[in-house]
Design a protein around this ligand. Structure first.
Ligand SMILES: C[S@@+](CC[C@H](N)C(=O)[O-])C[C@H]1O[C@@H](n2cnc3c(N)ncnc32)[C@H](O)[C@@H]1O
Length: 471
C-alpha cells in the first residue's frame, strides 16, 4: 500500500495554494471522482522524467538564464515532462540560497520569486513563474491532440443540455468538508478586507456560483460589519443545500438561493436572483464560475450582472487562464470547442485569454460574434419593410427588426487585470505544476456604490515596491 500522500493542493479546483505542510492520509475517492485524483491527491503512478521524452517536434527546453537543468530525480507531472524548466530570475544581491528566508507567516502570495541557485523543491509554490517557449510549443501540441479527438456528439449534447444536473451530482457526492476554504481571497482582493470592518455600513455582496460556500464563509468569519450581507447564489440546488446546512449559516449575514447567472429576463424575478433588486449590489464575486458557462451564455450572464450592480459597483473575478496545467493535461474525448472542455464528471470548464476577458466585460463581446451580428443587422435594416407610414410605426418596425441585437452591451471598466502564474511543487513526488489564473476587477461606471474599487494583490505589491524604491 502506498504511504501517506505528501502535501498537495487539495482544493477541488486547485485555486488555493496555501499548501499545508501536514502529511495527509491517502484519500479514498468515489468512482465518479477518480478523474479528479490529480486535483485532490497525488498521481498514483508518477512517471519518471526519463520515461517519456518531450515530443519530437518540441524545441528542447531552455531557460533564459540557466543551462538545461538536471531533472534526473524529478517526475513528469500529469503528462508534462519534468525536463521543462521554469525561467529563473537573476539572483538578487541580498539573496543567499543557503539561507533561504522566502517564508512569510501568515503565508503571503506574490512574494516568492524563483532565482538562480534556488532549490525548486524547497517550497510548495513559487510566484510569477513562467516557462520558456518550448513549454508553449508543447502545450499547443497537446491542444492539437485534444482537438483531433473531441467529445462525442452524444456527450456534447448531454453535458450542455442540463449543466446543473452534473453539478448537483458533484455536490451530492462531495460534502462541504471536501472543499478547501479560500481564506486567501481577501489577500487577492483587498476590498474584501475593507467591507468587513466595523462601521462600514450597508454593503451588499452577490456571490455568483457560490458552490459550497468556500469563499462566502471565510469572508464572514472575521466580519465586524453589521451591515454586510452576502447573497450566495448557485444554479445547483445541491450546492445551495450544502451552504444552508453549514453551521456558520447565519441569515442575518448570508442568504443562499438557487439562481442561474445566465437566466433570461423573461424568467422568475425578471431573471434576477431571489431577493435581489436591480442596481442594488455593491460587489459581485465570481470565483471559478465564468469558466463553467458555455461561451454562448457569457453575454446574458454579463448583462445580468450589470443589471444587479449599482453604478460604481464592481465584479471581483478569478478564473482559469489558457495554458493552465488543468487544460494541458486534458486527454481525448474532452474537447468541446476551443479552450472549452468537459471533465470526467460532466462539469464544463473554459480557459481564458486576457484579451478575451477584456473584450467580453469591456462591452466588445466576442469578435467573431460581433462581426456576425453587425452583418445580420445590416441585412435586416436593408430588407426592412415598413408596415405603417408614420414616424411611430417606423420606429416600432426598426426596433422589432433589430431586437436585442442593437441593445448596447454592458461596458465595464477594466479597473485591474492580473495574470497569476505560479508553479506549484509536490516536494515528495518531485513534480512541478505550472498554473495560470486570470484575476480582475471590472467596474460598472457611476458612483452610487460607496464601496471603493478594489485593487488586486498583484497591483498592490507592485505599488508598494515602487513606493519603497522611491523612498
Ligand atoms: C468551479 S465551481 C466554483 C465554486 C465556488 N465559486 C468556489 O470558488 O469554490 C463553479 C460553480 O458554479 C456553479 N455554476 C455553474 N454554472 C452556473 C450558472 N449558470 N449559474 C450559477 N451558478 C453556476 C456550479 O454549480 C459550481 O458551484
Amino acid at each position: 500500500m502506498e504511504t501517506a500522500a505528501p502535501s498537495e493542493p487539495t482544493g477541488r479546483f486547485e485555486t488555493d495554494n496555501s499548501v499545508t505542510q501536514k502529511q495527509k492520509p491517502r484519500q479514498q475517492l468515489s468512482k465518479a471522482m477518480e478523474h479528479m485524483r490529480f486535483a485532490v491527491t497525488v498521481d498514483p503512478i508518477p512517471r519518471s522524467s526519463n520515461s517519456i521524452p518531450p515530443t519530437s517536434t518540441s524545441i528542447p527546453p531552455t531557460s533564459t538564464s540557466t543551462p538545461t537543468p538536471n531533472t534526473e530525480n524529478e517526475n513528469d507531472a500529469y503528462g508534462v515532462p519534468a525536463s521543462y524548466a521554469p525561467v529563473r530570475n537573476a539572483p538578487s544581491r541580498s539573496h543567499d540560497p543557503s539561507n533561504n528566508q522566502k517564508r512569510t507567516d501568515p503565508f503571503a502570495f506574490g512574494s516568492r520569486f524563483l532565482e538562480e541557485g534556488d532549490d525548486i523543491f524547497e517550497f510548495n509554490a513559487w510566484d510569477h513563474v513562467s516557462v520558456d517557449s518550448s513549454y508553449l510549443t508543447f502545450s499547443e501540441e497537446q491542444f492539437a491532440k485534444q482537438r483531433a479527438d473531441p467529445v462525442s456528439d452524444f456527450d456534447r449534447k448531454r453535458f450542455n443540455e442540463n449543466p446543473e444536473k452534473w453539478w448537483n451530482k458533484f455536490y451530492a457526492n462531495n460534502k462541504s468538508n471536501f472543499f478547501k476554504n479560500r481564506k486567501w481571497l481577501a489577500q487577492e482582493f483587498p476590498v474584501l478586507e475593507d467591507i468587513r470592518k466595523e462601521g462600514k455600513g450597508a454593503v451588499k455582496v452577490l456571490e455568483v456560483g457560490a458552490g459550497a460556500g468556500n469563499s462566502a464563509f471565510p469572508i464572514l468569519k472575521d466580519n465586524k460589519n453589521e451591515g454586510l450581507k452576502i447573497h450566495a447564489c448557485d444554479f445547483s440546488k445541491k450546492a445551495v443545500e450544502v451552504i444552508r446546512s453549514n453551521e456558520e449559516y447565519d441569515k442575518r449575514y448570508i442568504q443562499a438561493d438557487v439562481w442561474d447567472v445566465a437566466a433570461s429576463p423573461d424568467g422568475e424575478n425578471g431573471g434576477l436572483p431571489p431577493g435581489v433588486e436591480e442596481e442594488s449590489v455593491d460587489v459581485v464575486l465570481m470565483i471559478f464560475i465564468f469558466s463553467a458557462l458555455n461561451p454562448k451564455q457569457w453575454e446574458q450572464a454579463v448583462k445580468n450582472i450589470w443589471r444587479v450592480l449599482k453604478p460604481g459597483g464592481q465584479v471581483l473575478f478569478r478564473d482559469y487562464g489558457r495554458g493552465d496545467l488543468a487544460q494541458v493535461r486534458f486527454k481525448k474525448g474532452r474537447w468541446m470547442e476551443e479552450n472549452f472542455y468537459v471533465r470526467g464528471d460532466g462539469t464544463r470548464v473554459y480557459f481564458f485569454e486576457q484579451q478575451e476577458l477584456e473584450q467580453i466585460w469591456g462591452g466588445k463581446g466576442k469578435e467573431t460574434k460581433e462581426d456576425d451580428e453587425s452583418k445580420e443587422v445590416a441585412e435586416q435594416v436593408e430588407g426592412l419593410v415598413l408596415h405603417e407610414n408614420t414616424k411611430e410605426g417606423q420606429e416600432k418596425d426598426i426596433k422589432s427588426a433589430l431586437g436585442d441585437v442593437v441593445a448596447p452591451s454592458p461596458a465595464f471598466e477594466i479597473a485591474h487585470f492580473g495574470v497569476d502564474r505560479r508553479m506549484l511543487v509536490n516536494r515528495q513526488r518531485r513534480l512541478k505544476m505550472y498554473r495560470c489564473w486570470m484575476q480582475a476587477v471590472f467596474r460598472k461606471p457611476g458612483s452610487a456604490s460607496d464601496v471603493p474599487t478594489s485593487t488586486l494583490r498583484q497591483d498592490k505589491a507592485a505599488d508598494d515596491e515602487a513606493a519603497q524604491a522611491e523612498s
